[in-house]
Design a protein around this ligand. Structure first.
Ligand SMILES: O=C[C@H](O)[C@H](O)COP(=O)(O)O
Ligand SMILES: C=C(OP(=O)(O)O)C(=O)O
Ligand SMILES: [Mn+2]
Length: 454
């Protein structure tokens, strides 16, 4: 994806085949939206993207673990912003628990601040004999089964940008709140005075020696990873990630670092390529390949070893720790058969990838009443196969990727649920795929903890 002078450019994906494209209703509106996004402020800073890269490099070296979790498809509006603190809290308690088990930091990443676009198995949906485009996520169309709502409207990308901006604002608010708590509490509660030194050190970290450049990492030292403190492991905020599916949204949010000349995707920290768009010569892979962000790519059961090696060569040509996370999502039935060969081949090719397990997307089933669901038993079994096969290849099982809501939703089936178990419509709230609720996420996290300890 280089021009004759050998340079990558953010718009070059347009010359390549695009999987799961969006047919926007109006080209002139699309063009106005793209101009708006191109001149809109970046949502992330290069400093934070580099900090998230370094954090993932520690995972690739086996010195940390990573928890990535959040909605399948984020909502817009007050529900979105109100939900950030809960996602931070649940992911944070998962991470601090795993840090205590491992005695290592845990990197925390939300599916957050841009997880608004969905590839779907079927382009259309039929209800009572009427056929309309499938719901593709709020940045593309609306969920209501009406022609107007289901028509892709490029103005939704503007709404997506400002919704993401509101989430970043909330992440900053939480970071500043945590920073002030970390400063104040030890001074107030420690009678021996030993933590005072800690607190003063933190004060130094937050004082004018760190530039207030709008970076999350300048708001809170050690942002996006757990840190050991006198009172135990503490969680410090979330990095953001989403599937970079709608390139009409992502491309105008690419920014060039004036100092280094590197291109950064400023819509997120860690963009990923989905299972349905990971063809090595396609637009999505070649677009992300030119960016300096840490990248992730889903790998499902249809991927053969050569395909994965070609992806690694394009996405991680310099074999750089932290650059590439491979998110295996095989499904319980295929995990044992598929994981070992892929991990060994990537190891032998010398790519220091982060190995992550998504035990959700290969385990989706339909209940008798037609709801999409996932069984905790299948999720646990796939995680356990992942640990076994990654370790058998001498590699570090570096992370877990979950679809999760902190709320009391009933979308996945509890451990031990029988063959006829169903979910109830009243607590089924997801916009797309079934999520673990907060307590189910903690159950799965204990299983991960046991595997890490074992
Ligand atoms: O989140 C992932 C996909 O968009 C989702 O699993 C597809 O679901 P579908 O099979 O209902 O289209
Ligand atoms: C679309 C998703 O997953 P996959 O690409 O693995 O199917 C997702 O993570 O929501
Ligand atoms: Mn999903």
């Amino acid at each position: 994806m280089l021009d004759p002078a050998g340079n990558w450019h953010p718009s070059m994906w347009r010359t390549l085949p695009v999987k799961h494209p969006t047919r926007w209703a109006s080209r002139p509106v699309l063009s106005t939206v793209r101009d708006h996004l191109r001149s809109a402020p970046a949502l992330t800073t290069a400093a934070d993207v580099r900090a998230s890269f370094d954090a993932l490099a520690a995972v690739s070296a086996g010195d940390a673990f990573v928890v990535q979790a959040g909605d399948c498809a984020e909502p817009f509006g007050s529900e979105l912003v109100r939900g950030v603190a809960g996602r931070d809290r649940v992911i944070g308690s998962m991470a601090t628990r795993l840090s205590a088990v491992l005695d290592k930091p845990v990197v925390t990443i939300g599916r957050l601040a841009g997880q608004f676009a969905k590839p779907r198995s079927k382009p259309t949906e039929v209800v009572d004999g009427r056929e309309l485009p499938s719901f593709r996520g709020l940045i593309i169309n609306g969920p209501d089964f009406e022609e107007r709502s289901r028509t892709p409207d490029a103005r939704r990308m503007i709404a997506g940008y400002y919704n993401a901006k509101a989430v970043f604002h909330e992440l900053h608010r939480i970071a500043h709140h945590n920073a002030s708590n970390l400063l104040d509490l030890p001074l107030l509660v420690d009678p021996t005075g030993t933590h005072e030194v800690d607190a003063l050190r933190h004060l130094g970290e937050h004082s004018s020696s760190r530039p207030a450049d709008g970076s999350l990492s300048s708001a809170l030292a050690g942002y996006g990873t757990t840190r050991r403190a006198a009172a135990g492991w503490q969680h410090r905020g979330l990095w953001t990630s989403h599937e970079a599916l709608v390139l009409d949204y992502e491309e105008p949010l690419v920014r060039r670092d004036q100092v280094t000349g590197q291109w950064y995707l400023a819509s997120t920290h860690v963009p990923w390529i989905g299972e349905r768009t990971r063809d090595v010569d396609s637009a999505h892979v070649r677009f992300l390949a030119g960016l300096s962000n840490p990248l992730a790519c889903k790998i499902g059961p249809s991927a053969d070893v050569d395909e994965v090696l070609r992806l690694c060569a394009v996405l991680d040509p310099h074999r750089e720790p932290g650059r590439l996370t491979l998110i295996l999502r095989m499904g319980r039935a295929k995990a044992d058969e598929r994981i070992g060969a892929i991990v060994s081949a990537v190891r032998d090719a010398g790519h220091p990838v982060v190995w992550m397990c998504d035990p959700m997307h290969g385990n989706t089933i339909a209940t008798k009443s037609g709801f999409k669901t996932r069984r905790l038993d299948d999720i646990a079994a796939e995680i356990s196969s992942f640990f076994h096969h990654v370790r058998a290849a001498g590699q570090w099982p570096g992370g877990i990727h979950l679809e999760m809501s902190p709320d009391d939703v009933g979308e996945c089936l509890d451990a031990g649920a029988g063959p006829d178990a169903d979910v109830s419509g009243s607590s089924y709230e997801t916009l797309c795929d079934p999520r673990l609720n907060g307590s189910q996420a903690l159950v799965i996290n204990e299983i991960v903890g046991d595997l890490l300890a074992g």
